[in-house]
Design a binder for this molecule. Structure first.
Ligand SMILES: [Zn+2]
Length: 387
């Protein structure tokens, strides 16, 4: 490493291994972009991923938080999908039952639009405090919203249960962030529950579309557990869900037996998998390029305009001459344009006119839902999952 003062943000270790670079990726994947020109000229930045040999945490050393804005144009909700909503509901029920979260005060850090917080408050007859820079301040129903980033100034917020979904991967200073949550708990017996993407699957599959600028921090079961234990937590649950795409952790303050869970890998195992990632991505790219050559002249659309879709199209350099449109069921995204590659985002109903031959499915968990929608639209296309 040329920089000697570089530390792992999770364990402060200095043995860091560079394993993947991608130059000029779009900074934002989830902005609502009204014009094709604006979309094509979106700001770009670099990915330089490092893996820590001490704890197995992975992060983008080139990440600059000041480039990102989560303002009005930001739309990261997956709440239009039945599959996703069913999962959110089952997770809310699991946490309510497992941790006895009824008639309690719940703090959700990074609550986005507040859909999950509303749900868990309603299902368990709870009250909520939601913190998110993208949410308007004020009180709606059972929930009070604070329009800000979570940080030490909120360490005195009192709650009986703290949850944090799909947020830690956006936080560069991971140890500081989890330590602040630990301070919030004090000596009280409060459960903290987290959900975030599992990177071991991404490494294993060479899933380059799951690595993007908005995610600066990449965890696996082992590195997440080591971070929590290092910040004074005892972990009670650590599991994979959503087709093994998400890691789910439950912990409370304490320094109990640190017997690792079966799904925790060692730092060495993660570093070894990280080193294999670059060659696997190269294989993936070659295989997709061969497919696109074979598909020459056919009408191809991609399903899913979120980060995965942006990462897929930009890494492969696929403009709207090759992938004509991108489909999304979120009405807010329809009529907008894909960052960098510029495809127009369409509603499923437009497929009846477009009549694609091939539909690339960015997240295979939605395949059944997509097949049913294509049937409704009278589209007989080949579905090709990205995996
Ligand atoms: Zn580390």
């Amino acid at each position: 490493m040329s920089q000697t003062q570089l530390f792992c943000p999770s364990c402060k270790g200095q043995r860091l291994r560079a394993f993947y670079q991608a130059a000029g990726v779009p900074v934002h994947c989830n902005l609502l972009l009204d014009h094709r020109d604006e979309a094509i000229h979106q700001p770009r930045a670099d990915l330089e991923l490092l893996a820590c040999e001490g704890c197995g945490f992975m992060f983008n050393r080139a990440f600059d938080e000041s480039k990102l804005s989560y303002g009005e144009q930001y739309e990261g909700s997956q709440g239009s999908s039945g599959t996703f909503n069913a999962f959110a509901r089952s997770l809310a029920m699991r946490w309510i039952e497992r941790y006895g979260v009824r008639n309690k005060t719940i703090l959700e850090i990074g609550c986005g639009g507040g859909e999950f917080l509303d749900l868990i408050c309603e299902l368990g007859d709870n009250r909520g405090i939601g913190i998110d820079p993208a949410h308007a301040p004020g009180t709606t129903g059972r929930v009070r919203y604070i329009a800000d980033r979570y940080g030490p100034r909120y360490a005195d917020l009192q709650a009986d249960f703290v949850c944090c979904r799909h947020t830690l991967e956006h936080i560069p200073q991971t140890h500081d962030f989890i330590s602040t949550i630990r301070q919030t708990l004090g000596n009280r017996h409060v459960t903290v529950a987290l959900e975030l993407p599992d990177t071991s699957r991404i490494l294993r599959e060479g899933a380059f579309w799951d690595v993007y600028y908005e995610h600066c921090s990449y965890f696996t079961a082992g590195s997440l557990a080591r971070l929590f234990r290092g910040c004074g937590f005892e972990i009670t649950h650590l599991e994979l869900d959503y087709d093994d795409q998400y890691l789910i952790l439950g912990a409370h303050a304490g320094a109990g037996a640190a017997k690792p869970f079966a799904i925790e890998e060692s730092p060495d195992q993660i570093v070894a998998a990280a080193i294999e990632f670059g060659p696997k991505v190269e294989e993936q790219c070659q295989s997709w390029r061969r497919r696109f050559e074979q598909w020459h002249g056919r009408r191809i659309v991609l399903w899913g305009s979120g980060s995965k879709g942006v990462g897929f199209l930009t890494t492969l350099g696929l403009g709207d001459d090759q992938v004509r449109h991108v489909v999304d069921i979120n009405p807010k995204k329809q009529g907008k344009f894909m960052a960098s590659t510029g495809q127009r985002i369409v509603a499923p109903a437009e497929l009846a006119t477009i009549q694609p031959h091939i539909v690339i499915v960015m997240n295979p968990i939605y395949e059944q839902e997509i097949r049913e929608e294509l049937n409704r639209q009278g589209v007989d296309a080949q579905l090709v999952p990205a995996a």
